[in-house]
Design a protein around this ligand. Structure first.
Ligand SMILES: [Fe+2]
Length: 389
């Protein structure tokens, strides 16, 4: 038995107006300062006002890679304002923080760091529902039940989540993603790509999520370079915004894998944006997993119209396409290219290995590296060498 869970997904032009139809009295908005500055929070408030929902409380302090302290602060404010809706307006960090805050608000007996896949029967929605308004085209957090938080004491990422924390409504309105600068568009787009590839090849892959993952990969190849080159290309924006949600629905129900473990480890220590970090490792993870997924690599290559010649392996064909796409949007192909100095990299090695080995995404990786292999993976990825072990 397996589950496919998803929120109500409202997508396309004017999807934001779904907010004007919500029942209820008050909403607590979770966001960051940039969203306020860009005027997106005001647009959300305007829609909620049409539904006669009060929005007196806005928590705009969510930082990239949100910490447990931020979640505590937000949930304490929620308890004081007693909303019947939480409305998250932002990217993955904001949406994940909002998911965790709602848990702590409705269930004060459950601190965020204890949320795990067996935390079920939380019954959050009877007291407070969650809407995720996504403003980046990347994490797909609007559609997943995962929560990634950072423990700032130990410099580790906490992979948390439970089916019960899923948003009730996901709003995927391309106009809200239109303000992403090219670099953020590229970084977050690499996250979508990695979700699609890993969701399609993880050990938890399944018939329901497969089609979503493949479609997301196709959309990224077709539209990400356009969205990066011209942020006003609204067709590309819309397709990438949909792709992010589709990949979220896919990998959210099948899990990510090795590239995410390595990317989380590197990103946490060197503060590299999530999508850039996981995208960097994707070709190396594919090479390392290799043979065991040969048929699936070939299926992905076929889906993006790359021919695998008879008698050849699919991995080099697929990786050439992945690296070609990444290069075309100026994404780093090695850790050195990502700007990590060699001496700092060497000093951080044991931390990187510890983080990667402990990462929750390894659970769903077909070939799990040991500590020595993990170190080699990092070193090869630093230099941009093909995996040969
Ligand atoms: Fe991701």
């Amino acid at each position: 038995m397996w589950y496919f869970v998803c929120p109500e997904v409202v997508f396309g032009e004017d999807a934001l107006s779904r907010l004007a139809e919500l029942p209820g009295k008050s909403a607590f908005i979770v966001t960051d300062k940039n969203m306020v500055k860009l005027g997106l929070v005001d647009r959300v408030k305007e829609q909620l006002a049409q539904a006669e929902i009060v929005t007196d409380h806005v928590f705009d302090e969510v930082e990239p890679d949100p910490s447990l302290e931020t979640v505590r602060k937000g949930s304490a404010m929620m308890r004081r304002s007693e909303p019947d809706w939480v409305v998250a307006v932002g990217g993955g960090s904001v949406m994940d923080a909002a998911k965790a805050m709602r848990v702590e608000y409705v269930r004060p007996d459950m601190p965020a760091e204890e949320i795990n896949p067996f935390s079920l029967g939380l019954d959050l929605g009877s007291r407070c529902k969650l809407v995720c308004v996504s403003t980046t085209s990347g994490t797909g957090a609007e559609a997943t039940w995962a929560i990634v938080l950072t423990d700032t004491q130990t410099e580790t990422k906490l992979g948390l989540g439970s089916r019960d924390v899923l948003a009730d409504i996901a709003i995927v309105d391309p106009a809200l993603a239109a303000s992403m600068p090219p670099q953020v568009t590229a970084d977050t787009g690499m996250d979508v790509l990695t979700h699609g590839v890993e969701g399609f090849t993880s050990t938890f892959k399944n018939d329901i999520s497969d089609g979503l993952c493949i479609r997301a990969i196709q959309l990224v190849f077709q539209y990400l370079p356009r969205a990066v080159a011209n942020g006003d290309d609204m067709e590309a924006r819309e397709k990438m915004h949909n792709a992010a949600c589709i990949a979220g629905l896919g990998f959210g129900n099948s899990m990510a894998a090795l590239a995410h473990s390595l990317g989380h480890a590197l990103g946490t220590v060197f503060h590299i944006p999530h999508g850039r970090a996981v995208g960097l490792f994707l070709p190396y993870a594919i090479e390392f997993i290799g043979e065991g997924r040969e048929e699936l690599w070939a299926e992905i290559a076929y889906a993006i119209k790359q021919e695998v010649p008879d008698g050849s392996k699919a991995v080099p064909v697929l990786n050439r396409a992945l690296r070609g796409l990444a290069g075309s949007i100026k994404q780093p192909l090695s850790i050195a290219e990502a700007g990590v100095p060699a001496d700092q990299f060497d000093r951080a090695m044991s931390k990187l290995i510890d983080n990667a080995v402990a990462d929750s995404q390894l659970v769903s990786t077909l070939r799990v590296p040991g500590e020595a292999e993990t170190e080699k993976l990092f070193r090869y990825a630093y230099e941009g060498k093909s995996i040969d072990f």
